[in-house]
Design a protein around this ligand. Structure first.
Ligand SMILES: [Fe+2]
Ligand SMILES: [Fe+2]
Length: 305
């Protein structure tokens, strides 16, 4: 039976709540100015709503959101994003991970990503395979033959820096999870905000330990790696010990059509267990030029035996 997984990223949810003076410190001051000078014209709520209406109507089996749900990390933004996640579906049908904008400033989880907790934790079949480590990531969610391994590359950084990092503990747990899921013959989907391969993003925006992550993926295998952060559609293939892994970046889900190319898009993956392995098709769904509807902009076979 086909499992359909929808992937969207870089929501950059608007409208921006009015910021209190005491909340505007450090990196947020620059971000606040940037938002009102330009970013709010790029990331638009009406575009996002057209896209998510299409997604919800198509009733995928599961939805993955790979970070940058908010912009400046204001407490009200996290509450609004929790509400937005609930509108996508119940927590057992929606998985979220944080991006760099969700760690914009150091914040106690109770005032930040803690509001997304039901969407950001293992499910029982996943925890049975690999219990979530104390640091909360990676967590595993299993749905029959398909398993999601959710990472957090979100770290607070200095202004003008949008880099990410997993760290050795998370990478070690990822290796364990990939081995265990591979032994069970499951289709392994890794979720990460930053592009996972070295060189995909520059020093200021990239994953600091991309080289080490690449090695983990090569040695332990995965079928699909989904990420955001760059706000563009990209597809790479990585040879691993268990066969090729498809690595796909998706554009921002809220990027205005009249803004930069490409426009808002999400991808739908149709995963099937077939004789001799897996087949996985990717269908791109993008907002039209007039922003009136969503159309199928791409269909390609990503994985086949
Ligand atoms: Fe982003
Ligand atoms: Fe990002």
């Amino acid at each position: 039976m086909t499992f359909t997984l929808a992937h969207l990223s870089d929501i950059h949810l608007s409208p921006m709540p009015r910021a209190r003076r005491r909340d505007l410190f450090g990196k947020r001051v620059l971000g606040y100015v940037n938002w009102h000078r330009g970013r709010k014209f790029v990331h638009r709520r009406d575009i996002l709503d057209v896209l998510t209406r299409d997604l919800v109507e198509r009733e995928p089996d599961h939805v993955a959101v790979t970070g940058d749900l908010v912009n400046l990390g204001l407490p009200e933004e996290f509450l609004a994003a929790a509400e937005w996640l609930r509108h996508l579906g119940p927590p057992d049908k929606v998985t979220a991970i944080p991006g760099n904008h969700d760690a914009y400033v150091r914040l106690h989880p109770d005032h930040g990503t803690g509001h997304w907790r039901p969407f950001m934790e293992a499910n029982a079949p996943g925890a049975a395979i690999m219990p979530t480590p104390l640091m909360d990531f990676p967590f595993v969610r299993r749905f029959g033959d398909v398993a999601l391994v959710a990472l957090s590359s979100a770290i607070p950084t200095m202004p003008f820096i949008a880099a990410g990092r997993l760290g050795p503990t998370q990478r070690a747990h990822l290796a364990l999870a990939l081995d265990e899921l591979g032994r069970k013959g499951l289709f392994r989907v890794v979720l990460i905000h930053h592009p996972p391969l070295p060189g995909q993003a520059g020093w200021r925006r990239g994953l600091r330990d991309a080289r080490a992550l690449k090695k983990v993926l090569q040695e332990h295998g995965a079928e699909l790696v989904l990420h955001g952060h760059d706000h563009v559609q990209t597809v790479h293939e990585l040879e691993t010990a268990t066969g090729p892994a498809a690595i796909v970046g998706v554009p921002s889900a809220s990027e205005a059509v009249a803004g930069r190319i490409p426009a808002a898009r999400y991808n739908e993956y149709r995963i099937d267990k077939v004789a001799g392995g897996w087949r996985c098709d990717m269908v791109g769904r993008a907002v039209s030029d007039t922003a009136a509807h969503v159309w199928e902009c791409e269909h390609r076979v990503l994985v086949k035996p």
